[in-house]
Design a protein around this ligand. Structure first.
Ligand SMILES: Nc1ncnc2c1ncn2[C@@H]1O[C@H](COP(=O)(O)OP(=O)(O)OP(=O)(O)O)[C@@H](O)[C@H]1O
Length: 606
């Protein structure tokens, strides 16, 4: 006896199977006949043969078909067309005979309309009249031989409207459930002494710089970073690699201090000078700004901050980064602030630039930095961090690329590399974030985008609490006049005005200058770094009430006292809008943003 028996499903009934077989055989025979007839027709050239063929066909086919064939010859069609028409006719005939052949094929329906000329016009009229009351779909259906309407066509594919199920966003838990940061700065100030873990020296420095209280982002993030380094820069045996930290908080909410304070505090205990902190920023201006804050809080300590952005020559930057003593290269920098391009240059061309002791990798304006990942700067940094030291290396610790956590992998002491990401518009796209190779990330965010409803509302975006937003419907020609009205009549100054291109910025600058009455300057990549620096300084000092800029000044730039941002050209992306308007209403202050919209743009923005 067989142990197993596999039964094949053979259809519902044996009977239906056999009848289907006989039908298929009949159909095959008919098709073969058609093929033969076609062959005969195409090869026969003589009239005798034609007659013979016709007689044969007359014998084979019913009367009506004979008439059709006659007509076809009269119309002087080519053999091919005539034979194909005949073929169609046979198909149609078989369709009325056999349901299984008619699988609702539309071709059959069309054939019906081709055959209409066979019937007399009066009959056609008659049938039309009767059909008017009938469903047009049914009237198209072929009639069976007995004249009854055949309604057995199965229409394949439903045309009825189906409600498409909404796709629900499912974010990884760390993105969906962040540690929440309050957006309201004014009502959530925390006295600096109440935030745990900050050393006395830094508290004094903060006070000396006019900082009495921490903003919400600082009160949340500083203790979290300090906690992750509680066991020191080096992890002992069994030590667990710290989680990477991502921060998404509104523009002007104080993200810079949120990483500067803990990092400076941790480094203050270091003995040997090595590059342990690397902050990467997208532009020279931003790097300069962050470098300045680092310098403020490292003042009076042995910590050194070096900026590598291309503002100085490569050789000058090299000299600032390291020196050779006793034939061995020694780092002169603890904290390096860099732009990605120049950083990669130093990694590849400066053999004395070592990142083997790097403990913190700070990525400010992280979403922008992810977009610039095509430069593969992060891959280069990772390679430099885990580079094999070689024999000449004095370091006792070998850094190996983190792999699976095992007892063996955790036993040697190690310097973990921790990434700290900051942005006002941090992407929630897991594919993009994956490029950063984050380790068990922890997110601090002031948006609650984990819920479905909030993604559609303003809650999903990081706008400062004190920002008032307006849009100004206008025409293209009136835009410059409105700017002048804002400045001269409404006294909206200092005002930062954004255009979408360098050309537009320059044109508007010339126009306002020509009109007179307003001190104006332009800011774009057209200017060299020192010109840009001077322009920003003059604007901040109130010497220039109107600064016309491209998006070069849209991100991160911290200009004190900007009262009003004007989007002369509406930005293309919400992210750009958030950064532009974020140049005002900073640090809990109030500010206004005006966006000029043409009639066609109003609908899109509402
Ligand atoms: N605790 C504080 N008390 C008072 N002022 C502060 C405090 N923290 C930061 N600031 C000031 O707030 C301003 C904005 O800070 P910062 O540039 O760090 O903002 P940001 O969040 O990085 O903004 P963006 O996203 O636009 O880069 C700065 O001028 C800074 O000096």
């Amino acid at each position: 006896m067989a142990l197993f028996m596999i039964n094949r499903y053979l259809g519902e009934e044996e009977d239906s199977e056999s009848s289907r077989e006989s039908r298929s055989r009949a159909l095959l025979a008919k098709l073969q006949e058609q093929v033969k007839a076609r062959e005969r027709q195409s090869t026969s050239n003589t009239a005798d043969e034609d007659d013979e063929e016709q007689r044969k066909r007359k014998r084979e086919e019913p009367e009506t078909e004979g008439v059709q064939s006659e007509n076809e010859r009269k119309t002087d069609l080519t053999d091919e067309v005539a034979s194909s028409a005949k073929k169609k006719k046979k198909q149609k005939k078989s369709s009325t005979e056999n349901e299984s052949v008619n699988t609702g094929d539309k071709a059959s329906d069309n054939e019906k309309s081709v055959e209409i000329p066979e019937t007399s016009e009066s009959v056609l009229e008659e049938s039309k009249k009767t059909e008017e009351s009938v469903d047009p779909q049914i009237s198209q259906e072929p009639k069976a031989e007995d004249g009854s309407s055949q309604t057995t066509f199965h229409i394949l594919g439903g045309f009825e409207e189906k409600t498409v199920q909404k796709v629900k966003r499912v974010l990884p838990q760390w993105l969906a459930q962040p540690d929440v940061i309050q957006r309201d700065i004014k009502n959530n100030l925390i006295p600096i002494s109440e935030v745990p873990g900050i050393c006395l020296t830094l508290l004094k420095k903060l006070e000396a710089n006019g900082i009495q209280s921490f903003f919400p982002v600082q009160a949340e993030v500083i203790p979290a970073i300090l906690e992750s380094v509680s066991s020191g820069l080096l992890l002992g045996p069994g030590g667990y690699r710290p989680r990477d930290i991502c921060v998404s908080a509104p523009t002007g909410s104080g993200k810079t201090l949120a990483f500067v304070i803990p990092v400076v505090q941790v480094l203050s205990k270091r003995v040997v000078c090595e590059v342990r902190v690397l902050a990467v920023l997208p532009t020279k201006e931003l790097a300069q700004q962050v470098s300045k804050v680092f310098s403020t809080y490292t003042e009076g300590t042995s910590l050194k901050v070096v900026m590598i952005t291309g503002q100085k020559s490569f050789a000058a930057e090299q000299t600032a980064l390291s020196e050779i003593r006793g034939g061995v290269s020694h780092s002169l920098a603890d904290i390096v602030v860099a732009t990605p391009g120049r950083l990669v240059d130093h990694i590849n061309k400066n053999s004395n630039f070592s990142l083997q002791h790097l403990r913190f990798l700070i990525i400010d304006e992280a979403d922008r930095m992810i977009d610039g990942m095509h430069q593969s700067w992060l891959t280069q940094v990772t390679k430099a961090v885990y580079r094999n030291p070689g024999d000449t290396q004095t370091s006792v610790f070998r850094r190996i690329l983190p792999g699976p956590i095992t007892v063996a992998s955790l036993s040697p002491p190690q310097i973990p590399l921790q990434k700290l990401l900051f942005s006002a518009t941090l992407t929630q796209n897991p594919e993009k974030l994956q490029l950063l190779d984050l380790h068990q990330p922890r997110l601090f965010s002031s948006t609650h985008s984990g819920t479905e409803t909030s993604t559609q509302s303003q809650e999903a975006f990081n706008f400062p609490q004190g920002l008032a937003e307006y849009y100004v419907p206008c025409t293209l020609s009136k835009k410059p006049l409105i700017i002048l009205h804002f400045l001269l009549r409404l006294k909206f100054s200092p005002a930062l005005c954004f255009t979408n291109s360098r050309e537009a910025a320059h044109r508007l600058y010339l126009l306002v200058k020509l009109f007179g009455g307003v001190e104006v300057a332009e800011f774009s990549s057209k200017l060299n770094p020192s010109e840009r620096q001077k322009t920003l300084k003059d604007f901040e000092q109130g010497k220039i009430p109107l600064l016309i800029s491209t998006d070069a000044a849209a991100r991160g730039i911290d200009i004190n006292g900007v009262k009003c941002v004007i989007n002369y050209d509406a930005p293309q992306y919400i992210r750009t809008y958030i950064h532009r308007v974020g140049r005002t209403a900073r640090a809990g202050k109030a500010g206004s943003a005006f966006t000029f919209l043409l009639e066609v743009q109003v609908g899109f923005s509402s």
